[in-house]
Design a protein around this ligand. Structure first.
Ligand code: SF4
Ligand code: SF4
Length: 351
């Protein structure tokens, strides 16, 4: 692509002007961004200026999926008091800007988009997504030993955002990917990137390729074979013996989307609401059905299921891994179950 063509969609924001950018944006809509918390953790929360934002951070405790698919969500109100029962769909979709999502989390949102766009479509998710202005932020430096984003190729930007920021040292390269983003960039008066800026971006990416390397030393093209042969692998027994079924690994995962649905009935037993909350395939009751049967009673079966939902089933259906290598499941696990070690163990045994 020529420098002229590339510069059309690339703009420049000097570091010193980021604060003005965030302030102007927050006059239009609520802005959330990664913020430093206790014990070296980070969380997405509302900000009003750049000084509150952690521009360099290891993945936040919860991914930005919490804005696309809240932990608790009312789906409808119902009323049985009249002659005819009635219900009213509830969709809470406020305008929101999510600033600073890393490429692993952008990839996670791309996965959720695929799932919730399937028929029957999930309009609560899709309408909320329409209202979210998504601004990515490139990690130039390797994040920590738990990440495996290079293995699954989610360390480089591959769309799924409105704007994308790459730090060039004293300025940000801002890639414009949607019409909405184009309007905002125009309104903010961002200058077009020059050939020198584009050359600086190439340098950042070149350096990045040498820093981000396949983290498990197994060719990702071998993983489908490993999972095809690995159903009876002893790695699942090992994970089953250690896992305490807390469900943390699925809660923090940017691609896990299972939910439970329950009715909250008011004391009059006539009115109430239907609500969904995040669920986890790691809970013992997750696969229980009427009659007392449980299809995944053993923890080893539930652990195996989690991994197959990341590395096999979505590959068969959507042609992509549903692991973005963010490392959150490993960081959060109190049993020290490590995704990279599991994959290495499975590959060693099978391929
Ligand atoms: S976080 Fe660890 S202990 Fe908890 S369910 Fe997941 S694998 Fe098991
Ligand atoms: S499986 Fe673990 S590393 Fe992969 S996307 Fe989910 S939380 Fe991140």
């Amino acid at each position: 692509m020529s420098a002229e063509v590339k510069s059309v969609n690339n703009h420049i924001l000097p570091h010193g002007e980021l604060d003005g950018f965030i302030r102007k944006l927050s006059k239009k809509m609520k802005v959330v961004a990664p913020v430093a918390k206790e014990a070296g953790n980070f969380a997405f929360q509302e900000v009003s200026g750049a000084s509150e934002i952690a521009l360099k951070y290891v993945p936040t405790v919860l991914p930005p999926k919490k804005y696309f698919m809240p932990q608790r969500e009312k789906m409808l109100d119902f009323d049985l008091t009249g002659a005819q029962p009635s219900d009213k769909a509830v969709i809470d979709a406020p305008e929101l800007a999510v600033f600073g999502a890393h490429t692993c989390d952008l990839a996670g949102i791309q996965c959720l988009n695929m799932v919730f766009s399937e028929r029957p479509r999930d309009y609560n998710y899709l309408l909320r997504k329409e209202k979210i202005f998504l601004i990515g932020m490139e990690c130039n430096d390797y994040c920590d030993e738990n990440a495996s984003c290079a293995l699954v190729n989610s360390h480089m930007p591959s769309g799924g955002y409105d704007l994308f920021f790459t730090d060039l040292g004293d300025r940000f390269m801002v890639h414009v990917n949607t019409q909405k983003a184009e309007e905002i960039v125009e309104e903010m008066g961002l200058a077009k990137a020059s050939p020198a800026d584009l050359a600086a971006l190439d340098k950042v990416r070149e350096r990045k390729r040498s820093v981000f390397r396949n983290e498990i030393g197994v060719d990702p093209r071998k993983l489908p074979e490993a999972f095809a042969k690995g159903e009876k692998s002893k790695v699942w027994e090992d994970l089953g013996a250690r896992c305490v079924s807390c469900g943390n690994c699925t809660n923090v995962c940017p691609t896990c989307y299972c939910f439970d649905m329950a009715d909250n009935v008011d004391l009059n037993m006539k009115t109430g609401s239907r609500n969904r909350t995040w669920d986890s395939c790691q809970f013992e009751t997750f696969a229980s059905v009427a009659g007392g049967e449980n299809f995944r009673e053993a923890r080893s079966e539930r652990q195996r299921h989690r991994y197959y939902r990341k590395f096999k089933y979505p590959l068969d259906k959507f042609y992509r891994f549903f692991c973005t290598g963010c490392g959150r499941c490993t960081r959060t696990c109190m049993a020290r179950i490590n995704l990279k070690e599991t994959l290495k163990g499975l590959a060693k045994e099978t391929v």
